[in-house]
Design a binder for this molecule. Structure first.
Ligand SMILES: Cc1ncc(COP(=O)(O)O)c(C=O)c1O
Length: 367
């Protein structure tokens, strides 16, 4: 078996056999005979021929299932080929698609490395897949326990989710360790590296390694560094054969026309320059906030971060969260996963000052 065939052997057999829904827009891509497409009469998809004036233009037509110009631009942005790209409704949809494509309900499992992003286990629960856990090593700054992951990857485990930088701990996982795991699991499992926050790390993505390792999948998003969380634009990057299978499972028209317009605007030279500036500002604020937090008695520890948030250890997270709420500042209590730890998003200087003011007040209670 070729390495790609080995990965396809991990796909649910019923999905491999499935005939995908063929949308009108996909079918109309086929024939090129006749007049220019701009002069075609579109009577294939039961659309309304008019755009009511209250709508944005073109909303009466279904969008392209995978808009070619967006796919091409995302491929350039991420340094991969268009055939390795699938545009999804946020990277959350990529997680869900992978679960539904690779895991049979009641039989298969995923592996996660807690504390980590909560959607992996939720998507597994929805699909009826079991979750195997191999904790990150807290004493080593939440490093990956690659040997333990390898050992825990039994034949039921089809997907290994690694988050780098990891949410909520903020650290990048060791690149060489992840790659060695990917190679060791070549014929056994797909390794999904969630790089939602990699833009804030200054480190290269693992996406370039997919060509040599077809069991590697990388998730990226425009939600964080590109400020487009409201538009829902995620990218699943994988071997073209894996993308082709995911295409069978994804909804027929996942990229609404207004979302396409927003994403294309974010990827113009001006949009990209704005994103670079935003990342630089947030990285500088991250350093300022970390230094200031570390000086506050209410803060026991600030974990190093390669992302746009900081995980801090406090004496009593419930008390601190309540003080934040009272002052109208909302953080995320991660105590369920790491006792007495709170995750603070790095915001504007003003927003970060609000965080510091609340925590400073708690550090110096009135006598
Ligand atoms: C690690 C991680 N992955 C994926 C996502 C989902 O991002 P989106 O669906 O907006 O692309 C998030 C969102 O917070 C996240 O923290």
């Amino acid at each position: 078996m070729t390495p790609v065939d080995q990965v396809l052997a991990l796909v649910r057999p019923d999905i491999l056999a499935l005939t995908a829904y063929s949308s009108a827009r996909k079918e109309s891509k086929g024939g090129r005979a006749g007049p220019e497409p701009s002069r075609w009469v579109w009577l294939d998809a039961n659309e309304n021929p008019e755009t009511p004036s209250v709508h944005m233009p073109l909303l009466n037509r279904y969008p392209e299932p995978q808009p070619a110009d967006l796919v091409a631009q995302l491929a350039t942005l991420y340094g991969v080929t268009p055939a390795q790209v699938l545009v999804t409704r946020g990277s959350d949809e990529g997680i869900d698609l992978l679960l539904r494509t690779f895991c049979r309900a009641g039989q298969d499992a995923i592996l996660i490395t807690p504390p980590t992003y909560g959607m992996y286990v939720v998507a597994a629960g929805i699909q009826g897949a079991r979750t195997v856990t191999v904790p990150l090593i807290r004493e080593k700054n939440f490093a990956l326990d690659a040997a333990a992951v390898l050992q825990a990857t039994t034949p039921e485990v089809k997907l290994v989710f690694l988050c780098s930088p990891n949410n909520p701990t903020g650290n990048l996982l060791d690149r060489a360790g992840v790659l060695s795991l990917v190679r060791s699991l070549a014929s056994r499992a797909v390794v999904v590296v969630d790089e939602a926050y990699v833009d804030f790390s200054g480190q290269p993505s693992l996406a370039a390694e997919i060509a040599a390792n077809p069991n590697l999948v990388v998730l990226r998003t425009l939600s964080k560094a590109y400020g487009l969380a409201g538009a829902r634009v995620g990218t699943t990057i994988a071997d073209p054969a894996v993308i082709a299978v995911l295409q069978k499972v994804i909804a027929p028209y996942p990229v609404p026309a207004p979302v396409l317009a927003a994403a294309l605007a974010a990827l113009t030279p001006a949009g990209l320059a704005a994103a670079r500036e935003s990342v630089a500002a947030l990285v500088a604020e991250r350093a300022r906030l970390a230094t200031a937090l570390a000086k506050l008695p209410a803060v026991k520890r600030v974990w190093p971060s390669d992302a746009n948030y900081l995980l801090i250890e406090v004496a009593d997270s419930a008390r601190i969260m309540a003080a934040g709420r009272a002052a109208g500042v909302v953080w995320r209590d991660r105590s369920k996963d790491v006792p007495n730890h709170i995750r603070l998003t790095v915001g504007t200087a003003e927003e970060n000052n609000a965080t510091l003011e609340v925590l400073a007040r708690l550090s110096n209670p009135p006598l």
